[in-house]
Design a protein around this ligand. Structure first.
Ligand code: AMP
Length: 219
């Protein structure tokens, strides 16, 4: 891969990173450090002039929006919540698939439908506000940063809006999924100015990832 500019890609740490690294490897981008042991946040790669930064998911759109990173890989859940201003989203990478859903205690779904106000605990307050507004329900939103499934058990909320993969976390806490808000996967995002000023390099990365994703789907 021929990169003519200094380019930084912001990656989401955790589960998404585990699925991102094999994808990057298939297009010839290998980190120069072992990310499972290194605590470095900025990491050079085997491609000259191409660096990676490893961030919390919700910070990835911010770094890309302000141009501190030229490209990024983030979950669609995070992009929906952030509003994703000032960035392009040219490619669905098809990794880290899951669903953004409402959920509540098993056997109590009809109770929520009867209420005019519903208390909802979530870290996705913007997505949740839009979802309940569309249903004509008034939602009192309670922002949480983790373990959302605890909120209904503790009487803090009627429902939660959270990521569901296998549904095991919900089931183990006496909860059931209710409505699908969005199917989620990780997306490649690009700073709008970088797309113009570093076009050849950014394009080379988008095209390489696009063909790797297409091959993966065909396989
Ligand atoms: P599960 O028990 O398989 O339904 O997994 C649900 C939990 O795993 C949720 O609380 C999420 O925080 C987390 N999770 C699962 N998949 C993803 C993903 N693709 N991106 C971010 N978090 C996820």
């Amino acid at each position: 891969m021929n990169i003519q500019h200094d380019i930084t890609i912001a990656l989401t740490k955790g589960r998404i990173l585990k699925e991102t690294l094999p994808l990057l490897s298939r297009v010839g981008i290998e980190p120069c450090e072992d990310l499972s042991v290194s605590r470095k946040l900025v990491v050079a790669t085997t491609v000259p002039r191409l660096n990676l930064v490893i961030l919390r998911g919700s910070d990835v759109p911010t770094y890309v929006q302000y141009g501190s990173a030229d490209l990024g890989i983030a979950g669609k859940d995070v992009l929906l919540e952030s509003g994703a201003a000032g960035i392009y989203e040219p490619l669905d990478l098809g990794i880290a698939r899951c669903r953004l859903m409402t959920a509540g205690p098993q056997g109590t779904d009809s109770e929520v439908e009867l209420k005019r106000r519903v208390r909802v605990a979530t870290k996705f307050v913007n997505v949740a506000r839009a979802h309940y507004a569309k249903k004509g329900l008034h939602a009192d939103l309670i922002k949480l940063y983790g373990s959302m499934e605890l909120a209904p058990l503790m009487g803090l909320a009627d429902e939660i809006v959270d990521i569901v993969d296998t549904g095991k976390t919900l089931a183990e806490n006496g909860m059931a999924p209710r409505e699908l808000i969005a199917d989620i996967s990780s997306r490649l995002i690009v700073n709008k100015a970088a797309m113009r000023t570093r076009h050849a390099s950014v394009r080379a990365i988008i095209d390489a990832l696009k063909s790797a994703v297409t091959q993966q789907v065909a396989a």
